[in-house]
Design a protein around this ligand. Structure first.
Ligand code: SF4
Length: 245
């Protein structure tokens, strides 16, 4: 894992976004419940697509797919290193997945064991695997694991916005505040400590901002689920229909 933010000591573990092909020719889908987010995904643009970055994320995935017990053992051991121990009263944070998701039950179960093995660390995730997490993580949720459902996936309909911590992607800061959401911009740790209603302003990637227009991921997914056209404010292709699992 690498630290992405020295001041907040957030470490990250990530997989490649959505579909692709490993160097050995195997096809994968690391985001099985991705929906409209696929066409608006920051992790499928920019530096994430650069050769070395994508290759590193694909190596992570390959390790998980080929040797899940070995990967779990190594992760468990790594988290005992003193860099994951904060001074008295503090905690180190690990964000599980900048891109990718809990792609299978065995993988989720491995993480749940890892979380329990490292109570000195606080883990968090944004996830679109609503049914999987509700069934397998919620009933006996490790105290040091926080997850937040993110809109734009094929299981959005299972999210209860009044009850579930969730995140939606808005076109900008003004629109998320107008909707009564709290911005994630000051700190990604709002995913852990923020209110149920967390808003992310769209990344400043011009072609993706244009494609998103003035809609939120939640609204775009609702429109896709209803198979109806959504009012477009920008040019570019309409969001695709949700992917089949
Ligand atoms: S689930 Fe996340 S990483 Fe995967 S395609 Fe959607 S936005 Fe990208």
């Amino acid at each position: 894992m690498r630290s992405s933010c020295a001041s907040e000591r957030i470490y990250k573990w990530t997989l490649p976004a959505f579909e692709g092909e490993l160097p050995d020719g195997r096809r994968y889908n690391a985001c099985p419940t991705a929906g409209v987010c696929v066409d608006l995904c920051y992790a499928r643009a920019g530096h994430f697509r650069h050769g070395t970055v994508l290759a590193a994320h694909q190596r992570n995935l390959q390790y998980v797919l080929d040797d899940l017990p070995g990967w779990e053992a190594q992760m468990t051991e790594e988290l005992q290193h003193r860099r994951y121990r904060a001074p008295e009263g503090g905690t180190v944070h690990v964000r599980v997945h900048d891109a990718g998701d809990y792609l299978s039950l065995p993988y989720l179960k491995a993480w749940l064991r890892i979380f329990r093995s490292a109570p000195h660390v606080t883990f968090y995730s944004y996830t679109k695997q609503v049914a999987l997490l509700e069934k397998w993580a919620r009933p006996d949720q490790p105290a040091n694991f926080h997850f937040r459902f993110s809109y734009g996936g094929t299981q959005d309909g299972l999210i209860d916005p009044a009850r579930h911590p969730h995140a939606d992607v808005f076109p900008n800061e003004e629109s998320l505040q107008a909707a009564g959401y709290t911005s994630q911009t000051p700190s990604d740790l709002q995913a852990v400590y923020g209110p149920n209603t967390l808003g992310l302003a769209a990344n400043n990637i011009p072609h993706l901002k244009k494609r998103q227009g003035k809609e939120t991921f939640r609204a775009l997914q609702e429109a896709a689920d209803a198979d109806k056209p959504v009012r477009r404010h920008g040019r570019g292709p309409a969001p695709r229909l949700p992917q089949a699992d």
